[in-house]
Design a protein around this ligand. Structure first.
Ligand code: NZQ
Ligand code: ZN
Length: 386
């Protein structure tokens, strides 16, 4: 097991009707900016619950943060933060609204002229404007981590940011919010969380037995509840398990003491930036090729994944590992998630080279747990996923 530090200061308030507890978390003296997305919260009752809980607060609102939160839109919210002298941010949404809020938390206190530098120059956020979240869609884990991903439409760039100043102070997780999520987004959430676990697990054995079993139990639980979630998101027990799995998949715990990969996300973000493909779907496109291409260095963990998550108990390490990739792919298909780039766009010629060129420009010359996935390998992995 590798050495590690672990600190996660986010308070989780989990369960039925917990949105009503909002006022216990935000001091009544704060001037709050309530941030939300395209308006789903106005239809499904979440907005009304938030407003009822914060009845006597001084609140300004900013709606319209799009999926894959856009820098250009967020700058409008930043102006409001400054002109209205906002002191506290409240994100009510999925990963996009929460990530957008994290960017604003950082940008509100940033002293440079160009807030995009926070992303382009990888400036860590040590201190941000305080914020909390009401999660409306389980998927990213953003509600309990300190990372965010923001898109600049003008240049088709999608970049990450983070730092210890960007943990939410609290996140309210009421599994009842899942009822109104469309099937496509439920499938996305399951796929994203499942891939988060794989990125922190499918590397090489390090005798980190507890971390392995944390990871496997999250994947097993997601596989178990997925059919129920897709068919009946109002079924509370399944919704609660699903929601907690998504948070646990990326709140920092399972990655402690183990190597991590994250090449699938690195490449996947480029597919969203270029083609607007949903984040989770880009992962399902890249994961099978990535694991097949890097089979030799990952086969032990792939075989363990096969045994423990999919129950593949016979055959050699190579045979188990091969079958495990097939089972993973079938799982994505069972959620109606396509795993080939050509199923999302017909304009994919040259994609592999474009992505690899971008990585070279950014100095990303080695991805993955061994930093051994070079730009030339990226070309081959992406081509395998056409
Ligand atoms: O915009 P609204 O109206 O809120 O609708 C959203 C959006 O259309 C809708 N939705 C959310 N809750 C709903 C609902 N519809 C009905 N009922 C509800 N209760 O779902 C759509 C997708 O929402 P979005 O927030 O975009 O989805 P998700 O949570 O998957 O977030 C994706 C973004 O998070 C980033 C992704 O790259 C992407 O930009 N990620 C963030 C991470 C992090 N911060 O740790 C890690 C991830 O790997 C990921 O990169
Ligand atoms: Zn993800």
């Amino acid at each position: 097991m590798l050495n590690f530090d672990f600190k996660n200061p986010t308070k989780i308030i989990f369960g039925k009707d917990t949105i009503a507890k909002l006022a216990e978390e935000i001091p009544s003296t704060e001037k709050v900016l309530l941030l939300y997305g395209g308006g789903s919260i106005l239809q499904n009752g979440i907005y009304d619950q938030v407003k009822a809980a914060l009845e006597n607060y001084d609140i300004v609102e900013f709606g319209g943060i799009p999926a894959n939160p856009e820098y250009e839109v967020l700058l409008e919210a930043l102006k409001i933060i400054k002109s209205e002298k906002i002191t506290y941010l409240l994100a009510v949404g999925g990963g996009s609204v929460i990530d957008g809020t994290k960017f604003l938390s950082s940008a509100a206190l940033y002293e440079g002229d160009e807030p995009w530098d926070i992303l382009a120059k990888y400036i860590r956020t040590e201190k941000g404007m305080p914020f909390g979240t009401v999660l409306t869609m389980p998927a990213t884990g953003s509600e309990m981590n300190s990372g965010a991903v923001v898109t600049k439409v003008a240049t088709h760039e999608k970049l990450g940011m983070g730092g210890p100043g960007l943990f939410p102070q609290f996140s309210i997780l009421d599994p009842q919010v899942i009822q109104s999520i469309p099937k496509r987004q439920l499938a996305n959430g399951i796929t994203d969380a499942f891939t988060h676990v794989m990125e922190q697990y499918m590397t090489y054995p390090t005798q980190a037995k507890l971390q392995d079993r944390f990871a496997e139990s999250i994947m097993q639980t997601l596989v178990e509840v997925a059919p129920t979630i897709i068919e009946n998101p109002a079924y509370y027990d399944a919704a609660a398990n699903y929601m907690w799995c998504c948070t646990m998949a990326l709140n920092g715990l399972i990655q402690k003491g183990v190597p991590t990969d994250w090449a699938i996300h690195g490449i996947g973000h480029e597919l969203t930036a270029m083609y607007g493909i949903d984040h989770a779907r880009t992962l399902a496109i890249i994961a099978p090729s990535h694991y097949r291409y890097n089979f030799e260095s990952k086969k032990e963990k792939l075989a363990q994944f096969g045994e423990r998550v999919w129950g593949i108990t016979t055959g050699s390490t190579e045979e188990k590992a091969t079958k495990a990739i097939e089972r993973m792919e079938s799982f994505f298909h069972s959620l109606d998630i396509n795993t080939k780039l050509s199923e999302y766009t017909t304009e994919f010629a040259g994609t592999a080279e474009k992505i690899s060129d971008r990585f070279i420009q950014r100095g990303w010359l080695g991805l993955g747990e061994h930093k051994a996935v070079k730009p030339d390998d990226v070309v081959k992995i992406v081509e395998m996923s056409y």
